[in-house]
Write a protein that binds this ligand. Sequence first.
Ligand code: SF4
Length: 489
Amino acid sequence: MDFSMHPHDDDKMHEECGVVGLWNHPDAAAVTALGLHALQHRGQESTGMVTHDGSRFHSHRGMGLVGDNYGDERVIRGLAGARAIGHNRYATTGDTVLRNVQPLYADFEFGGLAVAHNGNLTNATALRRALVRRGCLFQSTTDSEVFIHLIAISLYSTVVDRLIDALKQVIGAYALIALTENSLIGVRDPLGVRPLILGEVKHADGSIGWVLTSETCALDIIGAEFVRDVEPGEIVVIDDTGVRSIKPFPRMAPRFCVFEYIYFARPDSVMEGMPVYDARKRIGAQLARESHVDADVIVPVPDSGVPSAMGYSVESGIPFELGIIRNHYVGRTFIEPTDTIRHLGVKLKHSANKVTLAGKRVILVDDSIVRGTTSRKIVEMVRAAGAAEVHMRISSPPTTHSCFYGIDTPERGKLLAARHSIEQMAELIGADSLAFISRDGLYRALGHDGRNTARPQYCDACFSGEYPIPLPDMIDGDARQLSLLTETN
Ligand code: SF4
């Protein structure tokens, strides 16, 4: 029996990776570790780093959190050099093993290459089969290794041309960073589903250091300045001469992941020019306009429900209270020795603040309902604390479809909204009422006018089922992916 607290027990969709790349920094490894620490929310199961000191590559890959791995200064000292790439990973299956921890590294005839990526290739299984038939020997089950083999067998001579050759064969959503002996490379998929940004560090001697990373919060912690988003379909090649941009794909309408604004990104990040914190507050205000109910208090399900609950409170005029307190010190390996204790799992993470709840009509604000298990326990807990009514408001449309673009979601049959009406869901989670923000309302909150013509700006496939990138590896109408050989990153 597995007594460990499975990472999926919090009943959320999970971002599966965060990346940081650094070029020309005297403390590249330590600074990359700091950046990875800021991106810990994008992956908590393993972390890795590859550095280059001008003549040799060095690497560290380990299970666990960033702090567990780079807290030992011997590890940082071993990662010599002024160039680095690092990666945090959140695995989709329980078989997270060291060989899957990124960055992956390989030696080629042109020299060494380390690769790390965030996202998912939707034709990885087909590509992998074809590569195995050609004699390629895979060491891991990650998509990133598909890139490595495609680069290895390419007939082009330069690493950038080989990379372009590889990118033209893959289908999927990805933000990729790579370190060669002479360059740091960043790539975003042609629709820009996953984020990647460029930053710079101005050194005291006047030289510039460059940063590639998933979110602006990683720039803030290392004192770097935001330069710009890497554009959808763009390759940036950074070396001692500066930054070169290559755009090998035909231009397409971008489809950035709308769930980054709702939940994945850290609230202090700016995504595609929009502060995430502001976006969440506006989404909460729109939710209040759409789903009013008389109540005494607005209570966020912490932490992710906080900004949207604030927006809801301001718009509705109903006071905001911290009616649920989150315990931040529940580790992933917390031992739950009996089924009774296991049943109490949610109380390990959340406690009801009875003073703010007893006798009150409560509106709970959360960002999503995935399987509904946590929502049910939280509603139960708020009622047990004496709430007179419990109304649930969700700052995303119903999650009816799985994500195949690098986000960990249960298969469709396990998504509560895929099988039930909103009334049925309300009954199942035990709420007096339940409402989700509408799709049009979500776009209005993000600055669009809500008409259908404004929608293609984002990927919203987990709400709409409209997948903007083909899914060739899928095997049936339930959108189940051939994931036996390949895991997302
Ligand atoms: S399916 Fe949902 S979670 Fe996945 S990329 Fe699209 S919007 Fe984001």
